[in-house]
Design a protein around this ligand. Structure first.
Ligand SMILES: Cc1ncc(COP(=O)(O)O)c(C=O)c1O
Length: 426
């Protein structure tokens, strides 16, 4: 038998048929950016807040919470399987407000999760197992991971799309959404809604639009999965960003889940801090909420046992101290304010340069991202020639803009857009 490098030639790896996985979207681009040695490079891919020097920002409220917690004294015991109870109570009140949280007609089951991604995964698996929706309706477009999360965790549920984005008018497509759901959604299907700061478009329904969607969801008995990754980060106002969820909760027959993340609004990205809340119709709150929680705990136990400890303790400290809460509200205004200022600066520069087209959507969109309207060729050229990185869809993270690079970025966009024109005119 031939032996090569110590491996017998008739042996074949169990992974012999493994294909090379295609590089993973934003993370592959982020790696390319890291290796780019051009001093002018601009990272508009990053899904994390950066300060005006392009650096990660530790929120002062979080810093103060850690100081107060005397972090060295904290032990590393397991959390209970459901998670940190104080954290869950505070997190639930943050989403629903005090009145709904204490509602006795519909009770809310809550479990701590591995941040927002873990909450999305858990509800997908839970619905497949216990509600068996025929379809999950996702907005087109959506955060790319939603598709993978549903395919991996609920393979029996069909992924369907509702037309969220009206590319011609660069608006949220309310009519298209209503029409698709009215004509094609089946009773007890699930629908995913971004509660605020839709990723990637930065476009949310207005309150009238939310009301219409809520009525339709109730009529069609759809189960709503709210993804709440940007509460307070979008507008700077925690209550305003939770308005849609609280509005849906006023509909007596609506059942829903909320996937809550503290990655962006507390800057706890790597601490994987989040929760899943499930609001179901029940006669007698305690046993039913308990049984939902028990099943959530069982499912999550098989995957990760329980969510991590430290982030939930930091979050609890901030959420339960009135002083730290006030500091946090200021931090949210700092982050959302800087993003708004950068939107305005980019827009002003493009107008000053007389870049062809209407760029007002950049200031009208909210949250971390702008759907710039640039095509994949423009994006490719921005990267190759100007070292400005964004997703091929034209999604740009406004957090990557600073007072130091916004003019360069606008100039690069201007040159790419006008060069395209000159070439087309030839
Ligand atoms: C829409 C949306 N949902 C969920 C998440 C999940 O974030 P995390 O798992 O860090 O909480 C993100 C992160 O970018 C997001 O944009």
């Amino acid at each position: 038998m031939a032996i090569n490098n110590g491996i017998k030639q008739d042996r074949v790896s169990v992974f012999a048929n493994l294909q090379h996985a295609p590089p993973g979207g934003p993370f592959a681009l982020a790696a390319e950016y890291q290796h780019d040695e051009n001093p002018n490079k601009v990272d508009l891919v990053i899904g994390a807040y950066r300060d005006d020097n392009g650096q990660p920002w530790q929120l002062p409220s979080v810093k103060e919470a850690k100081r107060r917690m005397n972090i060295e004294s904290i032990d590393h015991e397991y959390l209970p399987l459901r998670g940190n109870t104080d954290f869950l109570d505070a997190a639930r009140t943050l989403v629903f407000g005090p009145t709904i949280s204490q509602n006795t007609v519909r009770s809310i089951a809550s479990i701590q999760t591995v941040s927002g991604t873990g909450a999305n995964s858990l509800i997908a698996a839970f619905l497949q197992r216990h509600a068996q929706p025929t379809n999950i309706w996702l907005p087109d477009p959506t955060w790319a991971n939603h598709v993978d999360i549903w395919r991996e965790n609920a393979p029996d549920v069909n992924v369907r799309w509702y037309p969220y984005y009206d590319g011609y008018n660069r608006r949220f497509n309310l009519d298209g959404t209503i029409k698709a759901l009215r004509t094609e959604a089946q009773e007890h299907d699930a629908i995913l809604l971004h509660a605020c700061a839709h990723n990637p478009t930065g476009l949310d329904p207005n309150r009238e639009g939310w009301r219409e969607i809520a009525v339709l969801c109730e009529e069609k008995k759809l189960f709503i999965v709210f993804d709440l990754a940007y509460q307070g980060f979008a507008s700077g106002d925690l209550d305003r960003d939770a308005w849609a969820i609280r509005h849906f909760a006023t509909h007596p027959d609506v059942e829903m889940a909320v996937c809550q993340s503290f990655s962006k609004n507390l800057g706890l990205y790597g601490e994987r801090t989040g929760a899943l809340h499930v609001m179901a119709l029940i006669e007698s709150p305690s046993p039913s909420a308990d049984s939902i929680e028990n099943h959530l705990v069982d499912l999550q136990r098989a995957l990760v046992s329980m969510a991590p400890r430290l982030g939930s303790q930091i979050a609890t400290e901030v959420l339960t101290s009135s002083e730290l809460h006030a500091m946090w509200r200021d931090d949210l205004l700092t982050m959302s304010g800087r993003i708004k200022a950068m939107r305005q600066a980019l827009y002003d520069e493009l107008v000053r340069l007389k870049t062809p087209g209407d760029w007002s959507h950049i200031v009208e969109q909210t949250g971390m991202f702008s759907y710039t309207g640039l095509g994949s060729d423009d994006v490719a050229m921005l990267k190759k020639k100007y070292h400005v990185y964004m997703l091929p869809s034209g999604r740009a993270s406004i957090c990557g803009l600073t007072t130091g690079n916004v003019r360069y970025t606008a100039q690069a966009i201007h040159e790419v857009v006008t060069r395209g024109r000159v070439e087309n005119d030839r």
